[in-house]
Design a binder for this molecule. Structure first.
Ligand SMILES: C[S@@+](CC[C@H](N)C(=O)[O-])C[C@H]1O[C@@H](n2cnc3c(N)ncnc32)[C@H](O)[C@@H]1O
Length: 351
């Protein structure tokens, strides 16, 4: 397709398209005999992503970062767009909520000015938390070999001890019916989410890693995959009946975990259930005991592995859930692995 036709199809101008070409965001082929550009389907998909990202306020360098010069399919581009739009939408919601709170305090006295300042600071922190998470473990590079790398018996420290048991327990515990929608956050290659498919449950898998999602889709075509992360779930409010997650939550910090719980609460229907199996300690005291045990045993591998990630303090997660009207149960598998099962009371009031 030529530039004029592309511009018409995407409701933009040839000038704008040339600008993105100059910036290196698209590289349409030039026809041999003249300087006319020829846009392939992939160029057009890429361009529509660029335009959508510009529309929601991304700078050219941010777009370049998002697209990262990699070859992607049309659905991957759309997945990126959806994830970015949800992030913006949540940011807008936070801003509106902050403005509402500020308006409640609009008198000129000093205390109120202080309160408004604190609200603005809180909003700024929230934005930073959402934007700053980075995958320091490079899950994209682990995707292909992830399943075969799950070692059931480690030499001195095995994070995947009780992996199968934990996934099975989650499926047995959460009560979902055929036709319900279950969200698996940090779905990876789909090992947990897929267990719900034979029951006729619709599974949506969210992951920040495109390669993990790709492997998941290849293994389990019936799972709907969505690019996104714990801190900005790409779903509308109260959209799902159940949320599960295994071995993913320990990749976000304690502060981020609270925001992740808020996000889960936002997308979960009244009466919905959350079931998380992850690396966590019962509380701070047990964390210290376990670390001392490994220290005394000279188990450097264990100490390094634990410090490299963010094992939760289970008691903090349970406290937050209880405070937000969930009935909560916890189930330990071993010293570092637990399951939390929480049901949201139907009308938000505790029974
Ligand atoms: C250890 S794997 C676990 C995968 C799968 N749930 C399982 O039990 O086998 C962790 C997964 O969580 C994903 N993940 C880590 N941090 C995330 C975040 N902030 N938001 C969404 N996914 C995340 C990773 O990309 C990876 O696919």
């Amino acid at each position: 397709m030529q530039i004029k036709e592309v511009a018409k199809q995407l409701n933009t101008t040839p000038r704008a398209i040339r600008f993105y070409e100059e910036k290196g965001l698209i590289k349409p082929a030039k026809l041999d005999n003249n300087e006319y550009r020829s846009f392939s389907e992939e160029d057009i998909a890429r361009l529509s992503t660029i335009l959508a990202l510009r529309e929601i306020g991304f700078s050219v360098s941010e777009i370049s970062h998002v697209l990262n010069e990699e070859q992607r399919s049309i659905s991957q581009y759309l997945n990126i767009q959806r994830s970015a739009l949800y992030e913006k939408w949540l940011e807008m919601k936070d801003m509106i909520h902050t403005i509402d709170q500020m308006l409640d305090r609009t008198s000129d006295d000093y205390d109120n000015m202080q309160a408004i300042y604190q609200l603005a600071t809180h909003l700024k922190n929230l934005k930073e938390i959402r934007r700053n998470w980075q995958d320091k473990w490079n899950f994209d590079s682990q995707a292909k070999d992830y399943d075969s790398s799950i070692k059931m018996h480690g030499y001195r420290f095995n994070v995947h001890q009780d992996y199968d048991k934990a996934l099975t327990k989650v499926v047995e515990t959460i009560q979902l019916e055929a036709g319900n929608t279950c969200l698996d956050i940090g779905i990876g290659t789909g090992n947990l989410g897929a267990k719900f498919l034979p029951k006729g449950i619709n599974v949506i898998g969210i992951d920040q890693s495109e390669n993990m999602l790709h492997v998941c889709k290849q293994k389990h075509p019936a799972i709907e995959i969505r690019k996104g992360h714990f801190l900005a779930l790409p779903l509308m409010d109260q959209q799902v009946d159940g949320i599960v997650s295994s071995y993913a939550l320990h990749h976000i910090t304690d502060e981020e975990k609270i925001l992740a719980l808020q996000e889960m609460d936002r997308v979960l229907k009244a009466g919905g259930q959350i079931c998380i199996a992850d690396l966590m300690f019962i509380n701070e005291r047990q964390r210290k005991q376990v670390m001392k045990y490994f220290q005394d045993a000279g188990n450097k591998e264990a100490i390094y592995a634990i410090k490299d990630e963010y094992y939760a303090d289970r008691s903090i997660l349970i406290e937050w859930l209880k405070e937000h009207n969930y009935d909560v149960k916890a189930y330990p598998f071993n010293d570092i692995l637990s399951m939390i099962y929480a049901q949201k009371t139907a009308c938000g009031d505790k029974a």
